[in-house]
Each structure stands twice: as structure tokens, then as C-alpha cells.
Design a protein around this ligand. Structure first.
Ligand code: NAD
Length: 272
């Protein structure tokens, strides 16, 4: 028997950075379960390509060019959503910008670019989303895409990204408590490396070292592979569906066991 709690028919879902790897996999899955999905992005070409793809798959996904780190644009976007589609039921905060820069050589502008998109934008969208739901006395779900970098250090110049993701984890816990009695659930997902076009570009840019980096990353993942975008999308689907009705304030690793493996631990080796 199919569990109807996973059905999203009649729901309006917003996915920020929805033209990217994890965002578009999430939009596809939520739309295939019946939601109308509104994806936002700052990259017009990627948005056009994503919309074209979703149209060919007969999925109800609409693209919006808007910057989620900008307060004015974010408020205007939510006003437009309200007008055109009604109050949104689901928010997936997913847009991000990263950095690979030594901390002692990083400018304030670079730090701010990462933090405003990867943390401040999550707050702005959560605020605008919850504001309207609370006024309408309606329930809703927020999923914040964090990273294992929110709980452990990556090195390689990721410090500003990690600081943003640590902030996302704590923002998730606080908002879950603040809005629980308003029936707005707030959860987060912490992926390990995910095989998205962006992640692949980073690996390829490392040239011959690339495959060594992948082997190193996988050696820390007990399940023995990096994640696929659909692995993350499935967890989002669970957390925005009624199947997770008693789940809020959770920071869920979707990381093949990466976070639970101690750096000195070994996988499946009983000799030492
Ligand atoms: N790919 C990974 O290995 C990995 C691992 C852990 C966590 N994550 C997290 O997953 C999420 C998605 O990552 P991805 O790999 O799919 O990234 P991606 O680069 O494929 O997509 C991100 C999208 O966000 C858009 N974007 C950037 N700034 C924006 C802004 N201010 N407003 C609106 N859109 C904006 C980009 O144009 C891009 O299309 C991020 O939060 C990232 O931190 C990814």
C-alpha cells in the first residue's frame, strides 16, 4: 500500500539555488510527488536550462531570477509568490557560495559574500516564509541544506563556508523551537561530498590530483562512495512530508557515516 503521507499534491514549495545540482534534484522529486515547485537562482542560463528540462519532464516547476542574500529582492519574491501562487507550504534553503582561500589571506568582502548567501539568506527566506504562514495560521516545513562542514572542519580554505554551515545548524535548532507551536517544522540536512556538476568541476580543476582527492574523501565515508543529488533529495522529501510530522530541530547527516567515523578509526579491518 502506498503511504499517502508522502504525497505533496496542492503544496507550494520554494527551493533556493534550484538550478544547481542538489536544488534541481530536490525540485524534481518534490514536483513528482505533486508539489508546485518554485526554484530561485542568480544564474539565468542555469535557470533557463533547468526550466527547459523540467518542462520536458512534464513537471510543475517555475524559475525565478532572484538573489536570496538580498533583503529587498527576497521580500519582493515572497510578495510575488503570495500573489501568483498563494502562501508557500515548503521552503528548502539550499543556495550557497563557497570559498577555497587561506584564512590569513581572505578579504572581508570574500567572507561577507560567503556568509550572506550561505547563512543570512537562509534567515531572510525563513523569516519571510514563516511570517506569512503565522499570519495565515497555517503549518509549514523548512529544510536547510547544511553540510558535514557545519559540524567538523574540512580545511582546504573552507573556513568561511564551514562557519556559515555551523550557523545554519544552530539557526535550524533555534527556529525549530521558536516556531514549533506555530506548527512550522525546521530541520537541516548535512551532506558529505555530493556528485553535483559543481563538485565535479572542483575535482576536475585539480587535474591529476583530482582522483586522489576523491579517493581521500571516500576513505572517510564508511558506505564507500560520495552521495548522489537524489540521496539528498529523498531526505528532503521525507522531512517536508507528513511522514516526518514529529520531527523538528534535527540536523540529519546524509553522509554515508562520514561524521560518525573517528579520524583514527578504520572501516572493516579487524587487524589493528
Ligand atoms: N555538492 C556537495 O558536495 C555538497 C556537500 C555538502 C553540502 N552541500 C550543500 O548543498 C547545497 C547545494 O549545493 P550544490 O552542490 O547543488 O551547489 P550548486 O553550485 O550546484 O548549486 C547552487 C546554486 O545556488 C545558486 N546561487 C548561488 N548564490 C545564490 C544566491 N545568492 N541566490 C540564489 N541562488 C544562488 C547558484 O547559481 C547555483 O545554481 C549547498 O547549500 C551546499 O552547501 C553540497
Amino acid at each position: 500500500m502506498v503511504d499517502s503521507r508522502f504525497d505533496l499534491t496542492g503544496k507550494v514549495a520554494i527551493v533556493t539555488g534550484g538550478a544547481g545540482g542538489i536544488g534541481s534534484a530536490t525540485a524534481r522529486l518534490l514536483a513528482s510527488y505533486g508539489a508546485k515547485v518554485l526554484i530561485t537562482d542568480i544564474n539565468q542560463a542555469s535557470l533557463d536550462a533547468a526550466q527547459e528540462m523540467f518542462k520536458s519532464e512534464n513537471l510543475d516547476v517555475v524559475g525565478y531570477l532572484t538573489d536570496s542574500s538580498d533583503e529587498k529582492q527576497s521580500v519582493a519574491f515572497f510578495n510575488k509568490v503570495e500573489q501568483l501562487h498563494g502562501t508557500a507550504d515548503i521552503l528548502v534553503n539550499n543556495a550557497y557560495q563557497g570559498i577555497h582561500s587561506p584564512p590569513h589571506q581572505t578579504s572581508l568582502d570574500e567572507w561577507n559574500r560567503v556568509i550572506t548567501t550561505s547563512l543570512t539568506g537562509y534567515f531572510l527566506y525563513a523569516r519571510e516564509f514563516a511570517n506569512r504562514l503565522i499570519a495565515a495560521k497555517r503549518s509549514g516545513q523548512i529544510v536547510n541544506i547544511s553540510s558535514i562542514a557545519g559540524s567538523s572542519a574540512l580545511g582546504r580554505g573552507n573556513f568561511a563556508y564551514s562557519a556559515a554551515k555551523g550557523g545554519v545548524n544552530q539557526l535550524t535548532r533555534e527556529l525549530a523551537i521558536e516556531w514549533a507551536r506555530s506548527k512550522i517544522r525546521v530541520n537541516a540536512i548535512q551532506p558529505c561530498s555530493v556528485n553535483t556538476p559543481g563538485w565535479r568541476r572542483w575535482i576536475d580543476s585539480e587535474g591529476e590530483r583530482g582522483e586522489q582527492i576523491v579517493a581521500n574523501l571516500v576513505s572517510g565515508i564508511p558506505l564507500g562512495r560520495v552521495a548522489e543529488p537524489t540521496d539528498i533529495a529523498s531526505a528532503v522529501h521525507f522531512l517536508v512530508s507528513d511522514a516526518s510530522a514529529m520531527v523538528t530541530g534535527v540536523i540529519l547527516p546524509v553522509d554515508g557515516g562520514n561524521l560518525v567515523l573517528n579520524a583514527g578509526g578504520t572501516i572493516g579491518n579487524y587487524s589493528g
